[in-house]
Design a protein. Structure first.
Length: 422
């Protein structure tokens, strides 16, 4: 009987949810379109911006250098930069982006270089501005080549081989598979998106099934039905859980498809042996989705518990909004360098799931951590669901309790009978 009542409530809420355009958009449309727009659209736009910046010949201003003609002429003849006349307000021009960088050459630099200590050549840039950083890189590249030329000339003058400049070379070679490299780079982003979309997918159904029912005046009718509060809240909870899991599944599928298409058409690069393989295998998809189940249960129960306090849809949103900010902090932790999953972090809600998803995407399966995280998250989810049931049991326990609603309905029925008989 209990399962039948839960099924009736679930079917009723599912039918109404499928008619809600807002729920369908957040559950189905957003997770499918968000990843292609972010990864391909934004990634392609960034690649185009960086490519155009590299093709541009940045303007650079030389400060000083009157007694260092070789260095100045070398900078003027560099094909990667354009030297413009120096002015007294060069700092303002760099900040205003009229000039991308300024090079200050100390007095007597060329005469002392390689013979006596000299002051450093300073490159002034607009920090964080990509074109300014590229201009500084081009200037620094020329100055390094000039430094090597000076050293080579000094060695030749002393009848020493130029190889002394570089007695040996150091090469760094990646030995990790490209899929693991890509997983390490993207695992934190995937974990963040998964946690955020699990929460976002269940938010609107949870609000609509609680505060929305109150706002429409249908909550009392539902509470006066013969279905117990426990069965009622479980039926509503299962609907929110379904929306959250569908959102998570569509997000993972969209990620795998988008990365596969991007790799196939070389959206993020020209390819090659060392190019990370931006693909998510079926095993990784299944693993991430299975671990997302207790996370979705936790979010669904918490959302219902918070939303049941509100009387209107807008009020429920104001209650849930702080929760979204609290979720973002641990969700972004997986993107921080050096943060690894440990035994202590494995019991921290959300942070454990974020770090675990990063490992699963890279193909690492530490079963002790997986079991601990699954069990701990399930315990947190069970506690949140228990609290949600208690809140629904208290809902309407005041003057408009279940018994008062039924007595009021009976009194209205007797009045109608008397009026009709009279």
């Amino acid at each position: 009987m209990g399962l039948r009542n839960i099924g009736i409530v679930y079917k009723k809420e599912l039918t109404e949810a499928l008619r809600d355009r807002r729920t369908l958009i957040t559950t189905l449309v957003v997770p499918l379109l968000m990843i292609p727009v972010l990864m391909v659209g934004f990634g392609g736009a960034m690649s185009a911006v960086i490519g155009n910046a590299k093709k541009e010949k940045p303007k650079v201003m030389i400060i000083g250098g009157g007694d260092s003609p070789a260095v100045v002429n070398g900078l003027k003849n560099s094909p990667k930069i354009e030297i413009v006349p120096s002015t007294s307000d060069w700092k303002d021009k760099v900040v205003a982006k009229e000039v991308r960088a300024a090079v200050e050459i100390p007095a007597g630099f060329e005469a002392r270089v390689g013979k006596a200590p000299t002051d450093a050549v300073k490159i002034y840039t607009y920090g964080g501005e990509i074109k300014s950083e590229l201009a500084a890189g081009n200037v620094e590249e020329y100055l390094k080549s000039y430094r090597d030329e000076v050293i080579t000339e000094r060695l030749t003058a002393n009848h020493l081989p130029a190889e002394l400049l570089k007695p040996f070379e150091v090469k760094t070679q990646n030995i990790a598979p490209p899929a693991k490299v890509a997983g390490a780079l993207l695992g934190g982003v995937i974990a963040y998106l998964l946690i955020f979309m699990c929460l976002n997918g269940g938010m609107h159904p949870a609000i609509d099934l609680t505060a929305g029912e109150k706002e429409r005046g249908t909550m009392e009718t539902i509470l006066s039905s013969p279905v117990s509060r426990t069965h009622l809240v479980i039926g509503k909870f299962l609907l929110v859980l379904t929306a959250s899991l569908v959102t998570a599944l569509l997000l993972i599928i969209s990620l795998g498809t988008t990365f596969g298409v991007a790799q196939r058409f070389k959206v993020f690069g020209e390819g090659g042996a060392d190019t990370p393989s931006l693909t998510i295998g079926p095993l990784a998809i299944a693993s991430v989705f299975i671990m997302a189940i207790p996370l979705a249960v936790l979010f669904s129960a918490i959302l219902i518990t918070i939303a049941v306090f509100a009387k209107t849809h807008k009020e429920a949103q104001s209650y849930i909004m702080p929760m979204m900010f609290l979720v973002i902090i641990p969700a972004m932790s997986a993107m921080l360098p050096g943060v690894e999953l440990t035994l202590k972090l494995a019991i921290v809600p959300l942070l454990n799931m974020s770090l675990l998803c990063k490992q699963l995407v890279t193909g690492e399966y530490h079963w002790n951590y997986i079991a601990l995280i699954f069990i701990s998250t399930s315990v947190y989810a069970a506690g949140a669901l228990f609290l949600a049931v208690k809140m629904f049991q208290r809902c309407g326990s005041g003057p408009r309790s279940l018994r008062s609603i039924r007595n009021s309905a009976c009194r209205r029925g007797r009045r109608l009978e008397k009026s009709s008989s009279g």
